[in-house]
Design a protein around this ligand. Structure first.
Ligand code: AMP
Length: 171
């Protein structure tokens, strides 16, 4: 199945000069979505290999839930500021324009748990790197970071040095 055919290019969104990769056609197709989930979970199916799957708000949530079920793992949200109840760890990072902050509940992991981080698109890598740092700040171990789509020309992998990175699709 050619999953790339389910990815739609939206020029100049959300701002001029950006080609937004719209994955909603892929999410909406039952066979394509199932194939994408299988590929994200692939390579982490060994017993006890993953305790928790992290989904990064918001599109990462759509993927992390089914991947967690496939791996027999729990799911943990990494969210934008002010959305999580209770004490959080937070991490700010630079985007192409401006900055962003992500948070995770401080008690989201048991120290030493093995964690797979999931997001939809790897662009510059700042978002995923922030999520990785938050998991590590909780004392858990990141065993991998997986994306549906990698924009290779932005070299986001450089921001994820030392962590195994898997992308289902690359452009
Ligand atoms: P990053 O630059 O890797 O931190 O990407 C920031 C966030 O914006 C990621 O969660 C991506 O899902 C999203 N994103 C960045 N660039 C694009 C793009 N061209 N198309 C779709 N989503 C994008």
């Amino acid at each position: 199945m050619n999953l790339l055919s389910f990815v739609r290019d939206i020029p100049d969104y959300p701002q001029p000069g950006i080609v937004f990769k719209d994955l909603t056609p892929l999410f909406a197709d039952a066979a394509a979505f199932a194939a994408a989930i299988r590929s994200l979970a692939d390579g982490h199916t060994g017993p006890g290999e993953v305790d928790k799957v992290v989904g990064v708000e918001a599109r990462g949530f759509l993927l992390a839930g089914p991947v967690a079920v496939a791996l027999g793992a729990g799911v943990v949200p990494v969210r934008k500021p002010g959305k999580l109840p209770g004490p959080v760890h937070e991490r700010s990072y630079e985007l192409e324009y401006g900055s962003n902050t992500l948070e995770v509940l401080q008690d989201a992991f048991v120290p030493g748990e093995r964690v797979l981080v999931i997001d939809d698109v790897l662009a510059t890598g700042g978002t995923a790197a922030a999520a990785v740092h938050l998991v590590q700040e909780c004392g858990a171990t990141v065993v991998g970071v997986a994306f549906l789509l990698e924009l290779a020309f932005l070299d986001g992998r450089a921001a994820l040095d030392g962590v195994p990175v898997h992308a289902v699709l690359t452009v």
